[in-house]
Design a protein around this ligand. Structure first.
Ligand code: FES
Length: 78
């Protein structure tokens, strides 16, 4: 599975000690791209659990849809 994610940030966020969850004692950084608390994980990754290998998804307005995978010029040359 692949996910198309649009991000608007143009720089990093430095993690601070206050970012540590006192209850859990850790910081979870989102790797799925769906978190409303990005760059932190908010549990939104659970929506990806039933994604199929080889399928590309777009998540938009709370909905998920399948799309044809975009092939870049570099990939087309491979
Ligand atoms: S990894 Fe993205 S919300 Fe958890």
């Amino acid at each position: 599975m692949t996910r198309l994610v649009e991000l608007e940030a143009n720089g990093p966020r430095k993690l601070e000690p206050d970012d540590i969850d006192d209850g859990k004692g850790d910081v979870a950084v989102c790797q799925c791209g769906l978190s409303d608390e990005f760059p932190f994980c908010d549990g939104s990754h659970r929506r990806t659990r039933d994604e199929d290998e080889g399928t590309t998804y777009v998540y938009e307005d709370g909905e998920r849809r399948e799309v044809e995978r975009v092939v870049t010029a570099d990939e087309a040359d491979e």
